[in-house]
Design a binder for this molecule. Structure first.
Ligand code: FAD
Ligand code: SIN
Length: 522
């Protein structure tokens, strides 16, 4: 089946929905999402969204904190632009119907503090900020007559000149995007979606690793699609590991214990209940994430233990139960009363700082293709994202991309490319060997966790690369003789992302931000 729209959006998290709401007054918008519309990292965000809202804080301080966390390789202009735009974007979220907690129920926002922030500047909704943002945006999008949200539609590939029979390489000038092919997960039919403008807002790739806080949908589909379409990607070696996911080995994804808890006074401790962060950084438990995650990793390796503790008891019972109700209830459900006991924690893959390279308008290297949110790489995060700057980046870039996309559509220069052929599924046989996919995914995740994790080395990266090569060849062989399914597509995408992470990690010859190798010096 063929569909034609003005604006095509892939992804219904904070980035995709913010963009959809902004472009909707100017044309027909279709939002494709591979699961239920509410599912994605956005709804699991706990801590909140960083912004300078009052005079007690300043743009300069937020800019400085972002640059320091990014370890000297952020794009300064991008940092300044994003942070200065933040208050306007927050006010828009409120207008869409998102509720942030207010100080004592009054007019002023209640602000939290997280690692790497010199001030209290995190707007939040208790400890389930993302759920509230996703609710507000989804309700607003569903009310808009120009927005159609299509669930269980899995975008497989970006359509470019390649699909018109031309040879496209990464050196081809002027690669253009005409839309996407998408698999209807209920009927297994592959539809053609043509658009004047396409936005990728497909989120992260945490599932490249065996332990991750990200939901199962985070399989790097957007990045892999752009890689296959020969677009430019950047900074994928900077995978951020969150220091404190709840240690509950059977649970996937790993449940997050928000950094805001350390902001409120919780302290990292070893298995003997002793503080250890003084050995690593003067900011102790509130040092930036890369430093804290490496410190925990080191302590776990030295002691041979597979978890350490976060001690939140000092925060006080009332504040814990009222301020962190989701975490309190979750821990209680597995028998831990955080008002009386320490919380077992370990690091988990959490956020991809790199992605589809975009300019300040969110435009990728491929014409008519924009990217926003976690799948993009704007230059804001540099080597390491500052906590709660990700939701902020998503709304700022959705705004900029929308402005640019509206101008493009209004100019009338770009028409829908009707000569694009439909997907060719000729000669494919049904794939009955699901076990091949699930087992390969597990192998991939273990390889990445063990060899391309928090601490790397040349040998570990080489080993990961060699093993990945075998997995890649086996999976391509399976792909070439199978009917396309969502799990098979996701596996191919995860393999492509793992390959890109390793390739970029090997090319980075200095320890910076989240990339840390035993063979390199700072
Ligand atoms: P997502 O919200 O992940 O949405 C991706 C969308 O793309 C989904 O709708 C998905 O279905 C769709 N999709 C993906 N692939 C396809 C495909 N092939 N076809 C069709 N649809 C597709 N950041 C902060 O700033 N503050 C926080 O407090 C915070 N807490 C976090 C807590 C947790 C547990 C996690 C995991 C992350 C947290 N982050 C936080 C990071 C932040 O939540 C994410 O970076 C952000 O929500 C990403 O938004 P997004 O719109 O880019 O993607
Ligand atoms: C958290 O709440 O600790 C997560 C914040 C983030 O990832 O920005």
């Amino acid at each position: 089946m063929r569909h034609e729209v003005d604006f095509l959006v892939v992804g219904s998290g904070i980035a995709g929905l913010s963009f959809a709401l902004k472009v909707a007054p100017y044309g027909k918008v279709c939002v494709l999402t591979k699961g239920d519309a509410a599912e994605g990292s956005t709804r699991y965000a706990q801590g909140g969204i960083a912004a300078v809202m009052y005079d007690s804080d300043s743009f300069d301080k937020h800019i400085h904190d972002t640059l320091v966390a990014g370890d000297g390789i952020c794009d300064r202009e991008v940092v300044e632009m994003t942070i200065r735009e933040a208050p306007d974007r927050i006010r828009e979220l409120v207008q869409y119907g998102v509720n942030f907690d207010r100080d004592g129920g009054g007019d002023k926002f209640d602000l939290h503090r997280e690692g790497g922030h010199s001030e209290f500047r995190i707007l939040h909704h208790k400890d389930n900020t993302g759920e509230e943002i996703e609710r507000g945006l989804l309700e607003a999008a569903r009310r808009h007559p120009n927005i159609e949200i299509k669930e269980r539609q899995f975008a497989i590939d970006i359509i470019t000149q390649h699909h018109l029979g031309q040879r496209v390489t990464k050196h081809t000038p002027g690669i253009e995007c005409y839309g996407v092919y998408a698999l209807d997960c209920d009927t297994n039919r592959i539809d053609t979606y043509l658009a004047k403008v396409t936005l990728l807002a497909t989120g992260g790739m945490g599932n490249v690793y065996s332990t991750t806080t990200t939901p199962v949908i985070s399989t790097g589909d957007g990045v892999a699609m752009v890689h296959r379409a020969r677009g430019v990607l950047s900074d994928l070696e900077f995978m951020q590991f969150h220091p404190t996911s709840l240690y509950n080995p059977a649970e996937k994804p790993a449940f997050l214990i928000t950094e805001a808890m350390r902001g409120a006074g919780a302290i990292l401790k070893d298995r003997d209940g002793k503080e250890f962060m003084q050995k690593y950084d003067s900011r102790l438990s509130l040092a930036p994430r890369d430093i804290v995650a490496r410190a925990i990793d080191n302590e776990m390796k030295l002691s041979g233990k597979d978890y350490l503790y976060l001690d939140a008891r000092g925060i006080g019972k009332k504040h814990l139960i009222e301020g962190f109700p989701t975490i309190y209830a979750k821990c209680l459900s597995i028998g831990i009363d955080i008002t009386r006991e320490m919380i077992p924690i370990r690091p988990a893959a959490h956020y991809q700082c790199g992605g589809i390279k975009v300019d300040k308008n969110g435009e990728s290297s491929i014409k008519n293709l924009y990217a926003a949110g976690e799948c993009s790489c704007t230059g804001l995060h540099g080597g390491n994202r500052l906590a709660s700057n990700s939701l902020l980046e998503a709304v700022v870039y959705a705004h900029n991309a929308a402005k640019s996309a509206i101008a493009l559509v209004k100019s009338g220069k770009w028409k829908v490319k009707s000569e694009v052929p439909d997907w060719d599924a000729e000669g494919m046989v049904l794939n009955e060997e699901m076990v091949l996919i699930t087992q390969t995914k597990r192998e991939l995740q273990e390889i990445m966790w063990n060899y391309v994790g928090i601490v790397r080395s040349d040998l570990r990266l080489q080993r990961a690369f060699d093993r990945l090569n075998l997995i890649f060849r086996e999976t391509e062989d399976l792909y070439n003789r199978s009917v396309l399914t969502e799990p098979l597509s996701e596996l191919r995408n995860l393999i492509a992302c793992a390959y890109l992470i390793i390739k970029m990690a090997r090319a980075r010859r200095e320890n910076v931000g989240l990339h840390y190798s035993l063979d390199l010096v700072k």
